[in-house]
Write a protein that binds this ligand. Structure first.
Ligand code: BG6
Length: 490
């Protein structure tokens, strides 16, 4: 077999994502012996570092991270695959160093694979691809060439389509790996297992039994450390268009006929296609924007900013399975705690047979809560009889938790899985161009309205709260309440 090399070139290699996620994930893959033979990493950013300075600085970042178990010895072995070049993606000349480093590393390879990772400002993607092309480095000798690209991809549907067509001139769709790291989370994938490897849920996974589906991505962290990026991007582009809609597609998708990348991606995009576009009237009645107190005082945030740091909304999926079921989504920063979960709320029993019995009250809904973080697992809630008190009932949970069920196993970081899949050429957990377009179609009206003079300023909420009261009203209007199923741990 021809001798091959694989080079991963990370642009933005001195940034937070590289330090905290990418290099640690690659280190972990190295320790688990999951990187291909002939694999090297070239970190690129504008700051000058020697190879050794860069390695040392990555080691210092890695040891600070919880969950990075590598020893110094393992890191030193890994370091032999880690190189650094100062470079500038704004022109082909700025990539001369990268070009010669690639040539060095690929010297004895007959087949040279290249994977480029953009962890740079999204506004630079288009010109960066043009620079790679002009510098003649987008493709190696006889091997494959892939581009891995962080979200947000575009700022709306029109810009995403334009970006696609310019990138496709250099990297065809099959070589583009658009990342949404939520899809790499083990617990998100566990939802697919829960649905498609168990037969008990499928018969009830539809409008006949499901009353509502609620998706919560609550974060305790605020936006202060990335205020300038955050204020120009906003919560809708940062979280809603991608992470929340990904979770939604996995809960709502039809079973794929097989788990090949295209079948999976087809089923996910089908869900988004069935969501109608909001009109301004729909937004007023079905969506709430909020901003936490003090947000506008962060450095980098305009004092008149209308950027939401919280959003709650109601969606309908117009297909056979979900007609009439309300899907509620909420996400925000600076909330009381970190909690990511999806709750499927089932219909109440059609007839309450215990009416009139001592202590009996209308039962609460059964729920299945799929807990993504930090309480990784699932809770199935049902009614039980309280002993010795007539027919009084209360809710009890049947629980599954990763930390107790898989005691000796660490849950891998999302980026480990995604980097490995991209190296293997498996695009199942990456976002295809049509899915990007559909998700922008859904959220573009929200941005257009919330950024316009027509809309009021977002509702204020206190730091450390559960968000604006208007988000509660959104559900009350339907006779519903926000449900939290995760977070209690036996
Ligand atoms: C990122 C967003 O994509 O996801 C951040 O840009 C957010 O604003 C982060 O904090 C949340 O990721 P996780 O994995 O911590 O839930």
């Amino acid at each position: 077999m021809a001798k091959s090399s694989t080079s991963l070139v990370i642009f933005g290699a001195n940034g937070d994502l590289s330090r905290r996620k990418l290099i640690p994930a690659l280190l972990q893959l190295h320790c688990n012996d999951r990187l291909p033979d002939g694999f090297n990493i070239i970190g690129v950013s504008r700051t000058p570092f020697s190879d050794d300075e860069y390695r040392e600085s990555m080691w210092e970042s890695a040891v600070e991270l919880v969950g990075v178990e590598a020893s110094r010895k393992q890191f030193e072995e890994f370091s032999r695959r880690l190189f650094y070049e100062a470079g500038d993606l704004s022109s082909s000349e700025g990539l001369a160093g990268v070009d010669s480093r690639l040539a060095d590393l690929e010297q004895s390879a007959e087949v040279a694979n290249r994977m480029f990772y953009f962890s740079i400002a999204p506004g630079l993607y288009e010109s960066a691809v043009a620079s790679l092309d002009d510098a003649g480095i987008a493709h190696g000798n006889d091997g494959w060439s892939r581009l891995v690209i962080e979200k947000p991809f575009g700022t709306d549907r029109a810009s995403a389509t334009k970006l696609d067509s310019s990138i496709h001139a250099v990297f065809p769709e099959k070589d583009m790996f658009r990342i949404d790291h939520y899809l790499g989370k083990e617990t998100v994938q566990n939802r697919m297992v829960l649905r498609f490897a168990n037969s008990i849920f499928e018969p009830i996974w539809n409008r006949n039994y499901v009353k509502s589906v609620q998706i919560t991505v609550a974060e305790e962290v605020d936006a202060a450390s990335r205020a300038a990026y955050y204020d120009s991007s906003g919560l809708v582009r940062d979280m809603l268009q991608n992470h929340l809609l990904q979770i939604l597609t996995i809960i709502a998708m039809e079973p794929p006929s097989a788990v090949d990348p295209e079948s999976l991606r087809d089923r996910r995009v089908d869900v988004l296609r069935a969501i109608a576009e909001y009109s301004v009237e729909d937004i007023v009645g079905n969506a709430v924007a909020g901003t936490y107190e003090g947000y506008r005082s962060h450095d980098g945030v305009d004092s008149s900013s209308k950027t939401p740091t919280y959003a709650a909304l109601k969606l309908q999926i117009d297909n056979w399975r979900w007609q009439g079921v309300s899907f509620y989504l909420r996400t925000g920063k600076a909330l009381e705690n970190k909690n990511i979960e999806g709750v499927v709320e089932f219909q109440r029993p059609p007839h309450f047979v215990f009416g009139g019995a001592t202590g009996a009250r209308e039962p609460e809904s059964n729920i299945l809560a799929i807990c993504l973080q930090p309480d990784e697992g699932a809770h199935l809630r049902f009614q039980v009889k309280v002993p010795g008190r007539g027919m009084e009932m209360k809710s009890a949970d049947m629980q599954f938790h990763y930390d107790s069920a898989f005691r000796d196993q660490v849950i891998p970081e999302a980026y480990e899985r995604l980097l490995q899949d991209a190296l293997d050429g498996d695009a199942s957990l990456f976002i295809r161009s049509d899915q990007i377009a559909e998700s922008w179609r859904i959220v573009d009206p929200l941005n257009a309205y919330w950024e316009s003079d027509e809309s009021d300023r977002p509702a204020e909420y206190s730091v450390g709260s559960t968000g604006p009261i208007q988000a509660v009203d959104l559900l009350t209007a339907d006779g519903n309440v926000w449900l939290q199923g995760c977070g209690t741990h036996d």
